[in-house]
Design a protein around this ligand. Structure first.
Ligand code: 5GP
Length: 250
């Protein structure tokens, strides 16, 4: 990482201490207590970090895809944490208190839904399925239901209604943009956070690391499943997704 300070919206933002390192991102504090500095890493992991590899340029691809999708969602009225890019791999986001829940939306069967329920893969789910997982690396992100999340104090019933409604709005918009570029959005994970005033907004990233994306013509995976299933260089699919999004959203 080279840049340590950037000019952003009329002020100098300086990267400060590392506050969190995930499997694919580093999160730093800045001199502005309302702004966080996120760095996308080239590392890719599977099986909750048990399998790891470096793919040069993967971080930049994810950052660009995520930025395009956040900008598209903002244009459609979705509140989120993304503020702007400061380099190919780094961006500034609003500081939120992350709700420790992974919100998975499934439009088609795949992954754990197939192994858990013994159904065929790539069958349409109607209505779409929404699931919660507790965000905990030590526990391998276990499935969690609403009453568990409420009892453990992660979210109130009202918060969960807000989160599910936001996830549905995001789903409608993401399905529409991916359909337009001939890609099926099979499933994906979202995270939400609270601003200082309590408002719940969309956080984290929107990239093929968190999604299952299938080319509608060939049926090929354009996401992290290529790595999980040892099918070759995942960057080819990520680059394809980026090219199509850029073409469609320019
Ligand atoms: P599954 O539950 O089938 O493993 O995952 C469902 C969808 O959510 C997939 O698109 C997967 O990439 C995403 N997902 C679920 N949990 C995680 C996680 O901990 N990290 C990432 N990057 N994606 C996840």
């Amino acid at each position: 990482m080279t840049e340590e300070s950037v000019e952003f919206a009329g002020q100098t933002i300086t990267r400060a201490e590392l506050i969190y390192e995930g499997k694919a991102k580093q999160v730093f504090a800045t001199n502005d207590p309302t702004i966080i500095w996120m760095h996308y890493m080239d590392q890719v992991t599977a099986l909750n970090g048990k399998v790891k590899e470096e793919y040069a340029g993967k971080g930049a691809l994810n950052s660009r895809i995520s930025n395009l999708l956040f900008t598209y969602l903002a244009d459609q009225g979705i509140n989120h944490h993304w503020l702007g890019s400061v380099s190919e791999t780094d961006e500034l986001v609003k500081k939120v208190a992350i709700i420790p829940l992974e919100v998975v939306t499934r439009n088609y069967t795949a992954g754990h839904f197939v192994s858990r329920f013994g159904v065929k893969a790539h069958e349409k789910l109607e209505p779409r399925v929404q699931e919660l997982y507790y965000k905990s690396d030590e526990l391998d992100d276990p499935f969690m239901n609403d009453s568990q999340a409420i009892s453990l104090g992660f979210a109130s019933r009202q918060d969960l209604s807000t989160v599910y409604a936001l996830a549905d709005q995001v789903n409608e918009l993401l399905v529409a943009i991916f359909n337009k570029i001939n890609i099926t959005l099979v499933d994906y994970k979202l995270e939400f956070g609270r601003l200082a005033d309590g408002q719940i907004i969309l956080a984290d990233e929107l990239s093929p690391d968190n999604m299952r994306l299938l080319d509608k013509e060939t049926g090929k995976s354009l996401d992290k499943d290529v790595f999980r299933q040892k099918q070759g260089d995942l960057r080819l699919g990520y680059q394809d997704v980026l090219n199509r999004l850029e073409e469609s959203l320019k």
